[in-house]
Design a protein around this ligand. Structure first.
Ligand code: ZN
Length: 368
C-alpha cells in the first residue's frame, strides 16, 4: 500500500509533496511566514552549502536549522553528495572521490573539505534534520559502465556506513519514536537497468525508511529520463516513499507523481520566479478541463512590454497574496526597477502554483 503521509519530528509530510530548496537555509527572497501562507509543508536544505556558509559550528551553536532559520516545519537535508560531485566533475583539480569520502575545495575557497558518509549523517542530525539522506556517488547517465559500477558499489558501501552512524547517534540520544528522523538512501546506476536493480535490492536488504532516485533526472536535451525513473520506482515496493531528487518542472512533477513518486525537490520554480518566468494554469486547476499534461500551464514573462499597463493579476486562478493584491503592471515595474519586492512576490506566486498543483494531484488520486 502506498503511504499517504509520513510523520516526522517537526510535522507531517502529506503526499504528493513539492519541497522548495532552501539551499543556504533560506528559500531566497521569502520568509517562513510566506512559505506557510503559500501552503509549503517542508523545505530542503543542503549540507554541502551550509557547511561552508555559515558553517556547521554556527548552526550548531544556534541550536540547529529550525531555530536558526525560523522555519518550524519539517526540514529535509540533502547529503551534499550531488553538489560535491558537481564541483569535482567540473574541475577535477578541485577535489576527488575516494573510498573514504569526497574531498573538495569549493571554487574561490582556500579551505579543503572532506565529506565522509559518517560526517554527512552527523552534520544532518546535528542540524536537526527531519529526513536525512545518505551520502551517495552521483554519476551522469551517459558515463561509461565502469564508472556506473564503481558508483553503485560506493553508494551501497556508503549507505551502509551512513545507516550504522545514524543508528549509533539516534540510539545514544535516547529519542522517543516520534522524534526519530527518517533515513533515506539513494538509488544510483546511471542508465543501466541491471545496476539500478542491484543498487535497489542491496539498499532494500539493508532497510531504510525511503529511497531517492539518484543522478540528474534529465537527459542532455533537457527531457525527463522517464523510462529510467519509472523503472527505478518499480524496483521499490509501494509502501516505501520515494523522492524524485531535482525534479521541479511542473509537468515532470506530474509525470513522476503518476509513476508513484511522493516527494519532489527543486530550485527551479523559485529561480524561474526571480528571473521573471511565472507559472500560470491554463484555467481553473480544480476543473477537470485543465488536463495534467503539457497543456497544464503557460509561462508568463513579466519583463514583456505587454504587461506595462495590465491591471490583471498574474493568474486569475491563484489565491496567493501576489495575485490577490498586485497587477502584472506593478510586478513588471518592480522587475524593471530591480526592486527586492519583485523577487518576493514572484516567488510567492510560483510556490503557490506548485502547492495548488499538489492539491489537484491529491484530488485526482482520491477520485481514483
Ligand atoms: Zn498567485
Amino acid at each position: 500500500m502506498r503511504k499517504q503521509s509520513l510523520n516526522v519530528p517537526h510535522g507531517r509530510l502529506i503526499f504528493p509533496l513539492f519541497m522548495p530548496d532552501a539551499t543556504f537555509g533560506v528559500v531566497r527572497s521569502v520568509g517562513s511566514e510566506d512559505l506557510r501562507r503559500c501552503g509549503v509543508q517542508a523545505v530542503v536544505m543542503n549540507v554541502f552549502h551550509l557547511m561552508q556558509h555559515p558553517g556547521s559550528s554556527v548552526i550548531q551553536a544556534l541550536g540547529g536549522l529550525h531555530s536558526f532559520s525560523g522555519w518550524d516545519g519539517p526540514i529535509v537535508t540533502d547529503s551534499g553528495g550531488f553538489q560535491a560531485y558537481s564541483v569535482v566533475r567540473r574541475n577535477p583539480k578541485l577535489g576527488s572521490v575516494t573510498k573514504k569520502g569526497i574531498v573538495f575545495r569549493p571554487e574561490g575557497s582556500s579551505r579543503k573539505f572532506l565529506l565522509t558518509p559518517e560526517k554527512s549523517v552527523r552534520l544532518q542530525l546535528s542540524y536537526g534534520s527531519d529526513l536525512v539522506i545518505c551520502l551517495d556517488e552521483c554519476t551522469h547517465v551517459s558515463d561509461p559502465v565502469q564508472v556506473q559500477e564503481e558508483s553503485v558499489a560506493r553508494t551501497i558501501g556508503w549507505a551502509k556506513r551512513c545507516k550504522t552512524e545514524f543508528e549509533r547517534i539516534v540510539k545514544k540520544s535516547h529519542r522517543s519514536k516520534e522524534l526519530r528522523p527518517l533515513l533515506f538512501a539513494v538509488i544510483q546506476g546511471g542508465g543501466s537497468l541491471e545496476l539500478r536493480r542491484e543498487c535497489a535490492e542491496r539498499l532494500l536488504e539493508m532497510g531504510f525508511d525511503g529511497f531517492g532516485y539518484g543522478g540528474y533526472p534529465l537527459d542532455s536535451k533537457g527531457n525527463l529520463l522517464a523510462d529510467l525513473i519509472e523503472f527505478t520506482r518499480e524496483l521499490v515496493p509501494a509502501e516505501f516513499p520515494m523522492i524524485a531528487l531535482g525534479v521541479g518542472e511542473p509537468t515532470n512533477v506530474v509525470r513522476c507523481a503518476e509513476m508513484g513518486y511522493e516527494l519532489f525537490d527543486s530550485s527551479l520554480p523559485t529561480r524561474d520566479a526571480r528571473q521573471g518566468r511565472l507559472y500560470v494554469f491554463n484555467g481553473d486547476p480544480f476543473r477537470r478541463s485543465v488536463r495534467l499534461d503539457s497543456d497544464l500551464y503557460s509561462y508568463l514573462y513579466i519583463q514583456d512590454k505587454k504587461h506595462i499597463k495590465s491591471r490583471e493579476p498574474v493568474s486569475s486562478h491563484c489565491d496567493c497574496v501576489t495575485c490577490s493584491r498586485y497587477s502584472r503592471a506593478f510586478l513588471h515595474h518592480l522587475f524593471q526597477m530591480k526592486d527586492a519586492l519583485y523577487s518576493r512576490l514572484a516567488t510567492i506566486h510560483n510556490l503557490r502554483f506548485m502547492t495548488l498543483l499538489m492539491e489537484r494531484l491529491k484530488e485526482d488520486s482520491n477520485d481514483e
